[in-house]
Design a protein around this ligand. Structure first.
Ligand code: ACM
Length: 502
């Protein structure tokens, strides 16, 4: 008999009916036993046994606590790490309740995206964030490193990207340059890896390029009135080489990232000038491309194939789903909740998919209807709505089954930075919704129960504060944290100007 089965059987008689411990995300199977343990590190025995992979999977574990000790069995280091996270949450005031837990995640991809272009987040803050992602068993940190407001990743071959492209932010276009050095990035990649988190870098192209084109205007391909250099020039061979040089350095900095994300979103906001660029005209003729749409697809295919040659899958927002990228080497991030066809197209096209629709996964949307600053397009993203995802009404009926599609890798929250100038504000928007997302991504659908989650969250909220984090308390309805006092604004529908709240 396998040892973990033996342990379970000998303890089965000791089951109790006491209240479940406040573990987030809640384990797939938890049996509370009589008694408790005061564990010393020597009493915690962990073993890695690849043979248990069929039952526990690559991230699952069994954790048994009895008065004389604790045993952890997992197929991988990651599984053992998650067992220790659970054990840490079980233990308070030196006492650990006796339990028999068998646990594994619902989804392989449990992500959080942070936009550091609109407003920069210092290294210490990223480390504190990674600590929390690990604590709640999230395993992907998607780092949105470049956008119109600033380029935040040092690229040795093109130093102006950071010394010029890194200047300014959404609140202050004249702010001193802020970016991560390559040494800092290597340190953060190692810090994340030690916590079983993969950092997925995003270098947005061919739109949202103003940070880069400010530094290297020769690569600009036009834009809008507000962002005149919003795109790269897709017709210039030098521009493609420039981007490929950058991606090579990115791959070297994130050698185990698995996926390099190259954006691909919202190009149509600023591609008008492509119709009059001689380089684009030449590209159209050479590649037999009829229009801008075909040029965009060609660009996406070309750069996607290049990322694949670096040994990585290519990640992109759902706009890239019709470009003809290699299905088995591409991950589509479905973000346009109002365009379910994009999700359907990605799945039918054979692509792997991460679900991160604006509703309910964008954490820059309000979390309480009375709050004044943030997005509120046809609704807001309150805690229960995040928790219910992806099982309840947040998906159109014809897509409800797709959440269990084998190519749906998982779920991801995204924090865009337009209204997040300070760490306190970023954290206020992140916690506690991150915990709801964590449980949605880990715990089997049949085990999810919002009321039960809310009861456990009440125990976690003060702990978040004790760790120095800022969190919104939806039970006490604590005050909204905004960056600076000023006129009440929220960002309404696309294209609309900032409005006064009603
Ligand atoms: C996005 O929100 N533009 C991906």
């Amino acid at each position: 008999m396998k040892p973990w089965i033996a342990v379970s059987l000998t303890l089965a008689a000791a089951l109790t009916t006491s209240a479940a411990p406040a573990i987030i995300p809640y384990p797939a199977d938890l049996q509370l036993l009589d008694g408790s343990a005061a564990l010393t590190p020597e009493q915690i025995k962990a073993s890695i046994n690849p043979e248990v992979l069929p039952t526990l999977g690559a991230e699952g574990y069994q954790l048994v606590v009895i008065p004389s000790g604790a045993s952890i069995i997992a197929a991988t280091e990651a599984g053992a790490f998650y067992a220790r996270q659970t054990l840490a949450q079980l233990t308070s005031a030196g006492q650990t309740p006796c339990v028999n837990i068998t646990d594994k995640p619902r989804y392989a991809w449990r992500g959080y995206m942070l936009d550091v272009s609109r407003h920069f987040a210092p290294v210490a803050e990223i480390k504190a964030l990674l600590d929390e992602l690990a604590r709640y068993k999230l395993n992907r940190f998607h780092w949105h490193l470049t956008d119109d407001e600033g380029w935040r990743i040092e690229i040795k071959k093109y130093p102006l990207l950071t010394t010029v492209g890194g200047l300014g932010n959404k609140s202050d276009p004249k702010a001193a340059a802020q970016f991560y050095t390559q040494a800092e990035i290597r340190d953060l990649v190692a810090y994340a890896a030690a916590r079983h988190i993969t950092i997925v870098p995003e270098i947005d192209m061919p739109g949202h390029a103003s940070g880069a084109t400010r530094a290297y205007p020769a690569h600009a391909g036009g834009g809008s009135e507000r962002l005149p250099n919003f795109t790269f020039n897709p017709g210039k061979p030098e521009t493609l080489h420039f981007l490929q040089d950058i991606l090579r350095e990115v791959q070297a900095l994130f050698p185990d990232c698995g996926v390099i994300h190259y954006g691909g979103d919202e190009v149509h906001f600023g591609w008008g000038k492509w119709d009059s660029l001689p380089e684009v005209a030449a590209l159209k003729q050479k590649e037999n491309l009829a229009d801008k749409q075909a040029v965009e697809k060609w660009f996406n295919r070309t750069m996607g194939a290049f990322i694949n040659t670096l040994g990585c899958d290519v990640g992109g927002w759902d706009e890239i789903g019709n470009a003809g990228l290699a299905p088995d080497r591409t991950v589509i991030f479905w973000w346009r909740h109002d365009k379910p066809a994009q999700l359907q197209q990605a799945l039918q096209g054979g692509y792997k998919v991460v679900l991160c629709p604006r509703h309910p996964c964008y954490f820059d949307f309000l979390q309480n209807p009375a709050h004044k600053v943030g997005r509120r397009w046809h609704g807001i993203n309150e805690l229960p709505r995040v928790y219910a995802f992806p099982d309840a009404s947040t998906l159109p009926a014809d897509l409800a089954a797709s959440v269990n599609h084998p190519r749906v890798l998982g779920l991801q929250a995204c924090l865009w930075g337009e209204t997040t100038a300070t760490r306190a504000r970023r954290e206020f928007l992140t916690y506690p919704r991150l915990l709801a997302l964590a449980e949605a991504a880990w715990t089997p659908a049949a085990q999810k129960n919002y009321d039960d989650f809310a009861a456990r969250l009440k125990i976690h909220l003060p702990q978040l504060k004790q760790r120095g984090l800022t969190a919104y308390d939806p039970f006490a309805n604590t005050a909204e944290i905004v960056d600076q006092p000023g006129p009440t604004t929220y960002l309404d529908q696309p294209g609309a100007k900032k409005k006064k709240a009603p």
